[in-house]
Ligand binder design. Structure first.
Ligand code: HEM
Length: 449
């Protein structure tokens, strides 16, 4: 669908040389550079890099146009598909077109609310095990949130005791490959060296190592008749509508690797930022603890106060702070031309903090997401993206985060640490570290196992 009322104009922005300078600056300080340009060009601007044309936007109308209203004209860029796909395989996150649609239709039912509900008890057990060993004193909670989020996906994927060595192998393969991919995307000028020095191949081998572990876990399962009611059962039992056939083993391996990657770092970031914000907003922390202390497991997952805190944390620090799409054909939005091949970058971080849409945008106010107020946020809040490629794990993520937060606040108290986290906008929006003062609450040192 084209939105036009007559003549069209090019978007405002930078010419070739200015674009090169901006890109260099942006590689070092992407958020500040984008915010500056957003202010200068009122929320949408054009960057001309010769071979590549980019439109960056925090205009909620254009974001909705690209992700939803005219989504057929846009697909993920080759950085996300070909490049990431080389390391991470062909899973939902890294494919486009008919293959993506077929896989999405196959996997989507496994993420419906009723299916996720069957995983709540697994999530709760993971949280209890994790909290039983939670350290007190001055603690950098970021790596801990990473471990928790990783365990959550592993436990809900494979509802069996994954041998410790396999769990460790998988965790380190995934984080090392991710580190390398980030380095390689940010330093394309060093790619020749990564190839020559063997670093590229070493990381491709690590990615293969992760697949090997996943293959081992799948084969263990396919030799058994028992049901485990986990995500792996769901993937193995799913049948394509047209052929009635299941996925090939290599497809299951790729989808599992993608779920592990898409599901754990995003959640770890969201939780680390949520703890940081709660520690720094004592009244909100106390109110949340009081509202949720006696909730049952199912009540915690649906509870508006927990959802509101998680959403407000992701408003200020959206783990997926940016996304890109490439225009397949020429398009027009509000009389502006978007030529075929243009990369449209949606800058969620900017939109979520835009004073045009949010009152006191920098303040932590979970109440924005309570009651009637939440309706006003629907078109300006995109933590999970939107349209057909909306995050498939959104209900899963909201469930695991509320289960964790409720249990954590019941058993522990937190205060700000002596250092402030530095925002690191990589593929996701990470904190460098989140140092907090953690105290066990007297009544409940050890959560139930
Ligand atoms: C706080 C946690 C999470 C956040 C903020 C988040 C965010 C997102 C966003 C923004 C997208 C869309 C990207 C785009 O439009 O280019 C996405 C896609 C995806 N997410 Fe999540 N995610 C989270 C948790 C999870 C979890 C727990 C899983 C799985 C267990 C998951 C699996 C996926 C997959 C497979 C896709 C690709 C879907 C498709 O393209 O069809 N995510 N996520």
């Amino acid at each position: 669908m084209r939105q036009t009322t007559g003549t069209t104009a090019p978007l405002p922005g930078y010419g070739f040389l200015r674009s090169l300078v901006r890109t260099y600056k942006s590689a070092r300080k992407p958020i500040q550079t984008m915010q500056e340009s957003m202010r200068r060009f009122d929320g949408t601007y054009f960057v001309n890099l010769g071979m590549m044309r980019v439109v960056a936007t925090q205009d909620p109308g254009l974001i909705e146009h690209v992700l939803k209203n005219n989504h057929r004209n846009y697909q993920k860029s080759s950085i996300q598909t070909d490049y990431l796909g080389r390391f991470l395989g062909k899973g939902l996150l890294t494919v486009n077109g008919d293959y993506w649609l077929r896989q999405r239709r196959l996997i989507q039912p496994g993420f419906h609310m009723d299916k996720i509900q069957a995983l709540y008890t697994i999530m709760q057990n993971t949280v209890n095990r994790f909290l039983a060993g939670f350290p007190t004193g001055t603690v950098n909670v970021y790596p801990l949130m990473h471990r928790l989020a990783f365990d959550m996906v592993i436990d809900t994927l494979f509802n069996v005791d994954v041998p410790a060595d396999k769990r460790k192998q998988l965790g380190s393969f995934i984080s090392e490959v991710q580190e390398f991919v980030i380095k390689d995307v940010r330093q394309p000028y060093n790619r020749w060296w990564f190839r020559l020095s063997g670093e590229m191949n070493a990381n491709l081998r690590k990615a293969e190592g992760a697949r090997e572990v996943i293959r081992f876990l799948i084969r263990q399962r396919t030799g058994q008749n028992t049901k485990h009611n986990d995500l792996l059962d769901m993937l193995l039992d799913a049948r394509y509508e047209d052929t009635g056939e299941p996925m090939a083993e290599s497809q299951v391996v790729d989808e599992i690797l993608i779920l592990l990657i898409a599901g754990h770092e995003t959640t770890a970031n969201a939780l680390a930022w949520a703890l940081y914000l709660l520690a720094n907003n004592r009244e909100e922390l106390i109110a949340l603890r009081e509202a949720t202390a006696t909730l049952t497991l199912n009540e915690a997952v649906m509870h508006p106060a927990l959802s509101a805190v998680v959403k407000e944390s992701m408003r200020l620090y959206p783990p997926a702070w940016i996304s890109d799409r490439v225009a397949l054909e020429d398009d027009v939005y509000n009389n502006y031309r978007i030529r075929k091949g243009t990369v449209v970058v949606s800058f969620y971080y900017g939109l979520h903090r835009d004073p045009k849409h949010w009152r006191e945008p920098l303040a932590f106010q979970p109440a924005r997401f309570l009651g009637e107020g939440e309706k006003n946020t629907r078109k300006i809040f995109y933590p999970f993206g939107a349209g057909p490629r909306l995050c498939i794990g959104n209900n899963f993520a909201m469930a695991e985060m509320s289960i964790f937060l409720q249990a954590f606040l019941k058993h522990f108290d937190i205060h700000p640490g002596s250092t402030q986290p530095v925002v690191r906008p990589l593929v996701t929006l990470r904190p460098d570290r989140v140092e907090l003062q953690v105290d066990a609450r007297l009544s409940n040192r050890h959560p139930p196992a």
